[in-house]
Design a protein around this ligand. Structure first.
Ligand code: TPP
Length: 276
């Protein structure tokens, strides 16, 4: 990726962060820190890596993406609109009674959303099934599942991990947004997950670590998959919860808090966005 392309994507990421923050304030949707943490991963996937066509979101050969950490739905909805899956104006009704746009992705009705997620621990099992189905149909598409670190406390994650490895689903990619926080505390303190990289390897996966805010490094790694090992791939993306806004970074109050209008203005200013 050229420096100019990477600068362009950084602007896209800032714009996406700004939109998420405005949505959180207007619609009173929580999980702001959780959304900001995975923005750079999402931008890399949707602007560089995934084989997707916003005009044809059900194309058989498309790559599948599952936001297993479904509580980051505001990030997914905003990026799908920015990417052209549906008009940005559809999000004007975010959080209004009856709207499809709420705290988690719904099963049907939003172009680009592959499955209902948000009950943590289910995205990888669903993605494993999708990857197996693709292989049975001789489709060469990838299935990418974005999970959170706290989510890896769920036993269903490790059942799916064992199954995917035993099936040698080399086109299945699990990215873990490793921001070291969960809802009420540090992930390592709630239930220790270290040694994390080795754990995936022990379950029969290839595993890598990357800076989850470095779009160039993320793209470089993702472009090399499948990696030739015949194994599913886990990417541990080191991130900062609330990334991009100094007073939200690594402050877990923003798991549930929504910003006041003056905080939106301050955040957008930091992001280099002038309009609120
Ligand atoms: C099965 C299940 N239990 C509990 C919750 C409530 N919940 C929402 S987010 C969250 C934890 C968030 O921490 P983490 O999974 O690490 O994601 P982060 O927000 O830090 O990205 C929990 C427990 C849930 N969504 N699903």
């Amino acid at each position: 990726m050229s420096p100019a392309e990477s600068d362009e994507l950084k602007k896209v990421a800032a714009e996406l962060r700004g939109r998420i923050i405005v949505t959180s304030c207007k619609a009173k949707v929580p999980h702001l820190g959780s959304c900001l943490s995975c923005v750079d991963i999402l931008v890399t996937l949707y602007w560089r890596t995934l084989n997707i066509d916003p005009q044809n979101p059900k194309a058989e050969d498309r790559d599948r993406f599952l936001l297993s950490k479904g509580h980051a739905a505001p990030a997914l909805f905003q990026l799908l609109a920015m990417r052209g899956f549906f008009p940005l104006s559809d999000l004007d009704h975010y959080g209004v009674d009856g709207s499809l746009f709420a705290e988690h992705p719904p099963a049907h009705g939003v172009p680009g959303v592959e499955a209902a997620t948000g009950s943590l621990g289910h995205g990888l099992p669903i993605g494993t099934g999708m990857a197996l189905a693709s292989r049975i149909k001789n489709n060469a598409n990838k299935t990418v599942v974005l999970m959170s670190d706290g989510e890896c406390n769920e036993g269903s994650v490790w059942e799916a991990a064992m199954f995917a490895a035993s099936q040698k689903l080399e086109r299945l990619v699990a990215i873990i947004d490793f921001n070291k926080w969960q809802a009420t505390g540090r992930s390592q303190e709630v239930m220790a997950i270290d040694p994390f990289k080795e754990k995936w390897q022990a379950f029969g996966w290839s595993s890598y670590e990357v800076d989850g805010h470095d779009i160039v490094a993320l793209e470089d790694l993702l472009s090399k998959l499948p990696d030739g090992s015949g194994k599913p791939v886990a990417i541990i993306a080191h991130t900062i919860k609330g990334k991009g806004v100094s007073f939200m970074e690594d402050n877990n109050n923003w798991h549930y808090r929504t910003p006041k209008p003056e905080e939106v203005v301050a955040a957008r200013k930091e992001l280099g966005l002038t309009k609120s």
